[in-house]
Design a protein around this ligand. Structure first.
Ligand SMILES: Cc1cc2nc3c(=O)[nH]c(=O)nc-3n(C[C@H](O)[C@H](O)[C@H](O)COP(=O)(O)OP(=O)(O)OC[C@H]3O[C@@H](n4cnc5c(N)ncnc54)[C@H](O)[C@@H]3O)c2cc1C
Length: 434
């Protein structure tokens, strides 16, 4: 459990302020944050480490998580897709916005134990949005209410043994035979896979390259589908899985969107995932700042508290230098995404979201390193006051690599910005604003 006295840079600034007008956060956001925080502190935090070591969150806990509305897939196009479950804190369906999703992710990450959070709903969180956004009404009604109630689980299967970054070259095939696809291939590092009923999978239905890829919901309990748990450095309770498809028969009705048009759907699914990874990375950095500062206020060396040594205070200042600008950029992007959602005016944020992901995960890498250093030996120990930081030091890498790895993100950011900056300049010149 985190110490109760808040440390510098342990909380985002704007949600804490009692301003006459807050640019982003309204009463419903504060209510939602309080609801999630109370749930995490009382129902998850006391057991999170135990579940991470065990490699799984108990099923009763997962079902309770669903009952509280955390398995509802956003965007909710039709409240019936939520299967009779209310949204967290009773937020009406029409009022759920980008900020709500960010707040939930932020508060979950505040637990400091990513494995259990991913174990509770990581697979649904990335495997179901393609259905809610691009699926037919029949597909939404068939799967999403059951997901919301916790009756079935989804994962997302993009990455393969031969590659993850180069999505256009995936090798898993889905060959059409009559009213079925026959699926063959392997998927690797698939979060929650061992516990899932369905995998929203990238499959090759056409020729080489991105023009031959489709998104297909493959039943994991079907004949020919098999799963095995993978052992990784961290997120032990996330159920990382190697999936094998051998002549798996999949009804053609399980195709999401049009055949051979899956690549665009996969790419657009990445933006919310990257925003969520950035949100988590920044909050994990705040958790490190919290635990290290609390320790530095108690621990004495050479007759002084650690925090009184300039070298240690300077590390704490570095936490602020790294976390706060990245968080402001996160909020700026959220504002753009939310405005685009409300107005329907499309804004391309793919490159900037990729940049944010790198900024946030680099922030986490450095903050975690310095926080661990403040803790000395305690930061290397799996028990006691440094246990969360020690765990985060093992969960950092998957935030840097997962959902789009750093080098690929930076390349995307530069390519898109090189294009978009010109488009924006032309538009501004036309409206004589610049
Ligand atoms: C715990 C965990 C959970 C995951 N969950 C899922 C999941 O649920 N679903 C899913 O589909 N995938 C999942 N992944 C996979 C993850 O998305 C991939 O690991 C990631 O996309 C990178 O792919 P790769 O590992 O194959 O690396 P590669 O693509 O082989 O790249 C290796 C390294 O080279 C760099 N690189 C690649 N191309 C270039 C280039 N052109 N220039 C410079 N550098 C380059 C990359 O940045 C990376 O650092 C998960 C991974 C982990 C570890």
């Amino acid at each position: 459990m985190a110490p109760t006295a808040p440390a510098p840079f342990s909380e985002p600034l704007l949600p804490q302020l009692d301003l006459p007008t807050n640019p982003y956060y309204t009463e419903k956001h504060h209510r939602l944050r309080a609801f999630v925080r109370n749930y995490v502190d009382t129902e998850l935090a006391p057991f999170a480490q135990e579940w991470e070591i065990a490699g799984q969150v108990p099923e009763s806990v997962r079902l309770r998580h669903c009952q509280l509305g955390f398995a509802i897939t956003h965007p909710v196009l039709d409240p019936a897709d939520a299967g009779g479950i209310q949204q967290p804190a009773g937020i009406p369906f029409a009022e759920w916005d980008t900020w709500c999703s960010v707040i939930v992710g932020d508060e979950f990450a505040r637990l400091g134990w990513c494995g259990p959070i991913w174990g509770l709903g990581g697979g649904n969180g990335i495997g179901c949005p393609p259905i809610s956004r691009f699926g037919t009404k029949e597909q939404r009604q068939k799967w999403l209410p059951k997901v919301a109630r916790g009756e079935i689980r989804f994962c997302l299967g993009i990455t393969e043994p031969d590659g993850g970054s180069d999505v256009a070259n995936i090798k898993t095939t889905a060959e059409r035979r009559g009213n079925k696809y026959i699926v063959n291939g392997d998927k690797k590092w698939i979060t929650n896979g061992i516990w899932c009923d369905f995998c929203t999978a990238a499959v090759r239905t056409g020729g080489p390259g991105h023009g031959g890829i489709s998104l297909l919901v493959v039943p994991l309990k079907a004949k020919g589908a098999s799963t095995r748990r993978m052992e990784n450095q961290g997120v032990n309770a996330s159920g990382s899985t190697f999936i094998t498809f051998e002549d798996v028969e999949v009804p053609v009705e399980n195709l999401i969107g049009q055949e051979n048009h899956g690549f665009q759907l996969i790419m657009s699914n990445f933006n919310p995932e990257r925003l969520s990874l950035a949100t988590a990375a920044l909050r994990l950095a705040r958790v490190c700042a919290q635990d290290a500062y609390a320790y530095a206020c108690d621990r004495k060396t050479f007759g002084k508290k650690l925090i009184e040594h300039p070298g240690i205070k300077s590390k704490v200042a570095t936490f602020g230098l790294l976390i706060e600008p990245a968080h402001s950029f996160l909020e700026q992007l959220c504002f753009i995404i939310e405005t685009s959602r409300v107005t329907g005016k499309e804004v391309n944020v793919g490159g900037m979201t990729a940049l944010l992901k790198v900024m946030s995960t680099r922030c986490l890498e450095q903050v975690c390193r310095e926080a661990q250093q403040i803790m000395g030996g305690a930061g290397y120990s799996k028990t006691g006051r440094g246990a969360r930081i020690e765990q985060i030091s093992r969960d950092v890498r998957v935030h840097v690599v997962g959902g789009g790895s750093e080098e690929v993100m930076l390349d995307l950011a530069v390519r898109q910005e090189a294009r978009d900056v010109k488009l924006r300049a032309t538009k501004l010149a036309a409206s004589s604003k610049l």
